[in-house]
Design a protein around this ligand. Structure first.
Ligand code: GDP
Length: 426
């Protein structure tokens, strides 16, 4: 049975959580394959409203097995807290596994993230301070700690001791902060290991068997294509690949098993943190869209920060879909635009006096200004509509224009934050 990937076509916050929740209804497995608790997926269902950070979006279905793959940054207290919160709010305990190869976010990753943003001052990246950049740096420096290491005390202590030699030099001399000791870290980590032991397993073998048994599998990306370290808005990406192409590595499944890639694209734009954002709008225009956006305004699900707002960016979103290898698009938040007489859309960039439809390298992106076109609005509430043909003609027209720009079929249109606010196109 083919695997489907649900990934972001933009800067994140496209509504992937909602789409995964919708599509997980028919899935046996939902897997997170990258990132950590640094972003949130908002899900509104019969149990209430949830902001999931680390847990896969299939946790609300009793028939779904949820997996945190080897590519994930596992913050153990955050994982346990999220799970406790879910159960406290009446959700049945989900079936959940953590890859024994996933790596663990360590106390000094959190501190390094915080101290570095403090040191950078005005030049900071707008990190969520969840330790993600130091975590992935250590992973590729080969001084990280795998979940399996938590169950081998000698190895764990040795790995932390080696890493601390370097970290403490930074703490003391670069940041002028207190140093950390092995005893501050290792015993607590062993204890954390005991707390998650029941979830830890060889998830790659589990998925190998699931594929053999033709189970339905969804892999769920965090953030969006433009936050990919290679293909995004460097140096403002996240620190792990947000692309569907990485899902096979981060989840531990064969690349050819992923045959459907659903790129979730927003009907307008939003962006959290620093970095170039060509179709950005400001002041009252931005405030109005921000307040009307999302399920309760466009504010970060993890940080509560107001999101930067912009009009739909056809240049960036087409590029995002292409980099994701999208086979279908889920266009979300269309309902939000119902207040406008005319809807501006960025259809090209102008760079140094030249018009382009190509998404440029970051060195040129800073110089890009948006070329805007206006499409007629529909000025009504569409959130209760369930058939594409029942949408006002101008809303259908808006979707069709986006489909033409993206060169990928739009298969779903989301018209509200709840599970049932969805239109599936024929
Ligand atoms: P994710 O990280 O991609 O899952 O996105 P977030 O959860 O951070 O942000 C999406 C926001 O939009 C959340 O507040 C969702 O509840 C909300 N949302 C998702 N789809 C729709 C939609 O079609 N219409 C409206 N009005 N809100 C939506």
């Amino acid at each position: 049975m083919p695997v489907s990937a649900i990934v972001g076509a933009n800067w994140g916050d496209e509504g992937k959580g909602k789409m995964t929740d919708v599509l997980a209804r028919h899935s046996d497995f939902v897997i997170r394959y990258q990132g950590g608790n640094n972003a949130g997926h908002t899900i509104i269902n019969d149990y209430g409203k949830f902001a999931l950070h680390l847990l896969p979006s299939g946790v609300f279905y009793p028939h779904t097995t949820n997996i945190l793959g080897p590519g994930v940054a596992l913050n153990i207290p955050s994982f346990l807290g999220e799970l406790d919160d879910l159960i406290a709010r009446g959700v049945p305990k989900p079936s959940l596994y953590i890859s024994e190869r996933a790596q663990v976010v360590l106390p000094y990753h959190l501190l390094l993230d915080e101290y570095e943003e403090e040191r950078l001052g005005d030049r900071k990246y707008g990190s969520t301070k969840s330790g993600i950049a130091p975590f992935y740096s250590d992973k590729y420096l080969k001084i990280g700690v795998q979940v399996a290491d938590l169950f081998h005390e000698g190895r764990l202590r040795d790995r932390i001791e080696r890493a601390l030699t370097v970290k403490n030099l930074l703490f003391e001399h670069l940041y002028q902060k207190p140093v950390m000791s092995l005893e501050q870290i290792a015993p607590a980590l062993m204890e954390a290991g005991d707390q998650i032991a029941q979830y830890v397993c060889d998830t790659s073998s589990l998925l190998h068997n699931a594929l053999k048994e033709e189970k339905k599998i969804l892999v769920e990306g965090q953030l969006g294509a433009l936050r990919d370290p290679d293909h995004g808005i460097y140096p403002y990406p996240t620190s792990s690949s947000t692309l569907a192409g990485f899902a096979s590595i981060g989840a531990g499944i064969p690349p050819h098993s992923i045959t459907q890639v659903v790129a979730v694209a927003k009907a307008y734009s939003s962006c959290v943190g620093a970095g170039p954002f060509v179709s950005e709008i400001f002041d009252r225009e931005a405030e109005e869209l921000r307040e009307r956006g999302g399920d309760a305004g466009e504010y970060g699900a993890t940080t509560g920060r107001p999101r930067r707002m912009g009009w739909f960016d056809a240049v960036a979103t087409r590029y995002g879909c292409r980099m994701q290898g999208a086979t279908a698009v889920a266009l979300t938040l269309l309902d939000v635009l119902g207040y406008l007489d005319e809807i501006p859309v960025c259809t090209a960039y102008e760079i140094d006096g030249e018009k382009t439809h190509k998404f440029p390298v970051p060195a040129l992106l800073d110089r890009a200004t948006p070329v805007l076109e206006k499409l007629p609005g529909w000025r009504r509430d569409i959130s209760s509509i369930r058939r594409f043909s029942d949408l006002p003609a101008n809303a259908q027209n808006y979707v069709k224009h986006i489909e033409d720009w993206l060169e990928v079929p739009v298969k779903w249109v989301s018209v509200g934050p709840r599970r049932e606010d969805i239109i599936e196109l024929p």
